[in-house]
Design a binder for this molecule. Sequence first.
Ligand SMILES: [Zn+2]
Length: 459
Amino acid sequence: MKKLTIYNTKSRSIEEFIPLSEGVVTMYACGPTVYDFTHIGHMRKYVGDDILKRTLTLLGYTVKHVMNITDVGHLTSDSDEGDDKFEKKAVIEGKTVWEIAEFYTQYFHKSMQAVNVVPPNIEPKATDHISEMIGLVEQLIAKGFAYETEQAVYFDVSKDSSYGSFSGQKLSDKEVAVRDDVIIDPSKKHPADFSLWFKRVGKFRDHSMFWPSPWGNGFPGWHIECSAMSMKYLGDTIDIHTGGIDHIPVHHENEIAQSECATGHDFVRYWVHHDFLHVDGLKMSKSLQNFYTIDDIVARSIKPLAVRLLCMQTSYRKPLNFTWDALEAANAQLKKVYRFAAHQTVVGTMSTPHEEEFIEALADDLNTAKALAVVWEVFNDSTVNDSDKWATLIYFDQVLGLNLDAVPKFGITPEAQTLIQKRDESRVERDFATSDELRTQLEALGYEVLDTTEGTKLL
Ligand SMILES: [Zn+2]
């Protein structure tokens, strides 16, 4: 089995990946907070997870992949400030919080399907795991790592000597960042203490999602959700935990603290973080009106899988600057490959040197740009016959995920035949307006239209 090397945020270095159990990888991915539309920025993160998972699978590992759905407890800031994202959105849309979560979960699924992300083995919802979260908070209180105030149950960062080491932050920096919150709950011992359980009091007195607990009615903090679900399905120590780089300083620092203090074991062995997708140097967001969804892509007649191709052009550890031009270019490349795929009926022999180069690139900290270079090298090599080229591309597609196998095989339908005939007649009559219109109709059927001396030809 070829070894994977991967950048581990924990050690800030590239390490050889060795799972706890031979041949099996436990992987937890922070999932979406389903209060708004999934956009291309989110897609980049999940395509990144998918490339990692497919690479591990290609290398021979069995991957146990858990990704949560956060449907409660995420405030408008990643720490304890602000309002609950769901309660706020429910008011704006005139729906219940449950309806909000359901609608945007479906939109997330639709987006993931469009970019061919393999679904996780388990996709737990936070609201289905409240008892596990309460259990974990009870353990932390029993061990002296958490305390209760009138408003919440907090994790006591002063009891965890390694708190802050993961993100390399000093507690004094955190003090500045969370100062506002101290004013909200004066009983908080340290400004960096974070909420494990919010009570349905104060600013949350009308919170519509709440559950009974030993500390009265309330709801869990966002961070405890991931720890509880990860432990439930994958055990105290997992091999890989993924997330966006924005999760490092708060969410993941807190996940580590509460998990390791509760169990006394290492929580995660390899932390994999994806960099952002930017639009002209800015983060994709609604307020900046640079927020694009799968529907925006389809509306521009771009194939959603062009997003995958675009993502793979840049290392997951570098920012990806999104432009429509770049996506259009990826779409044009994809169409070229699909056109080729549509004509292939015989699977030949895979090129072994290219297979090795491809795996080598991916095993080197998921160097997708290099792997794509191998793909284009094969694709453009005129010395390789089509059936062998096709065999190699199908092999690559296990990680590329461009659905090459599903491309309909080329054939001229009777409908297209009629349009060709009409078009050739209009061209003889020099009626170019009609000829152009018929070209558009043929293109809408998925053909590429060529004008030759013998008339219209389709590809
Ligand atoms: Zn998480």
